[in-house]
Design a protein around this ligand. Structure first.
Ligand code: ARG
Length: 275
């Protein structure tokens, strides 16, 4: 197949090591509190992900893990930034609410313009940004975690159009389990995770999207991080890697089997800082 060359853009990311990672409560269908997490393996896998991003030329900031916040490794949920403005998170579940403070502190010390939210939203878990789609567009998920009122709030804070998409399958409870930005203008998604109306919206906005199937989504193949060329995704998601290669991207697989026990993978562990 012929594609214009997919060009990478250097990124800045924020990650938090799984130092205190456990599955001690269950707030999504992937979490099973009866199966112990391998803490040593979790940390090793996380370090490989961090080094993979660094080796590709990206800058990775690291947020200190806080004891008592086992889900803090899913750094994508802590905030959402666009062009130097940060829209802070407000978690749905009390177990995670203190994570938002740690993220706010990070952005404060880095001198970002930070807007605290009124409405429940889980940062990049439910928000994605496409800088070159329609002049700069935010995609936002709701149905399980983020309150749709937060979509309007994000639009006011960020000054970019926000398109609301309804998630309908509890296995794909965050937008980033069902859809990902592949570059500045294109996305990949699993249609079945969205309501019929939201599927029509996505088809209208993104005629060139790479479509994934349920097996790809269940392997967390959509929970990916792309720099526009290299697409980092879970090892289990080999079929998804083939679809991305066919579309001209370069899949880079990393094993995040332990983070999957908490209901997340690559994207959940990586927040992008868009300065
Ligand atoms: N256990 C976490 C939760 O249910 C997983 C978060 C995954 N993060 C993500 N960006 N999808 O909240």
């Amino acid at each position: 197949m012929n594609h214009t060359e997919r060009l990478p853009r250097n990124r800045t990311y924020l990650m938090c090591p799984p130092k205190h990672f456990t599955v001690e409560y269950a707030i999504n269908p992937w979490m099973d509190t009866t199966v112990p997490v391998d803490a040593v393996l979790a940390l090793k896998q996380w370090e490989i992900l961090r080094d993979t991003l660094g080796d590709l030329g990206h800058q990775v900031h690291v947020l200190d893990a806080v004891a008592g916040l086992p889900d803090m490794v899913y750094a994508a949920n802590g905030a959402f930034s666009v062009d130097g403005t940060v829209y802070g998170a407000r978690f749905r579940h009390a177990e995670r609410s203190a994570e938002a403070d740690a993220h706010r502190e990070f952005y404060a010390t880095q001198g970002w313009s930070f807007a605290g939210p009124q409405h429940i939203n889980e940062g990049e878990g439910d928000f994605a940004y496409l800088p070159a789609a329609y002049g700069g567009m935010v995609l936002a998920g709701y149905g399980f975690r983020t309150d749709p009122a937060a979509h309007a709030e994000a639009q006011e804070v960020l000054g970019r159009p926000v398109v609301s998409l309804r998630l309908v399958d509890p296995a794909f409870y965050h937008l980033d389990t069902a859809l990902a930005a592949l570059d500045d203008r294109n996305v990949t998604y699993y249609p079945g995770a969205f309501s019929a109306a939201s599927q029509r919206v996505l088809a209208q906005l993104f005629p060139d999207a790479v479509h994934a199937d349920r097996a790809d989504a269940e392997a967390f193949g959509l929970n990916l991080v792309s720099d526009g060329r290299h697409v980092i995704l879970n090892t289990e998601a080999m079929a998804m890697g083939d679809k991305l290669r066919a579309a001209g991207y370069l899949p880079v697989h990393v094993d995040l089997s332990e983070l999957k026990r908490g209901g997340g993978s690559v994207k959940c562990a990586v927040a992008e800082l868009r300065g």
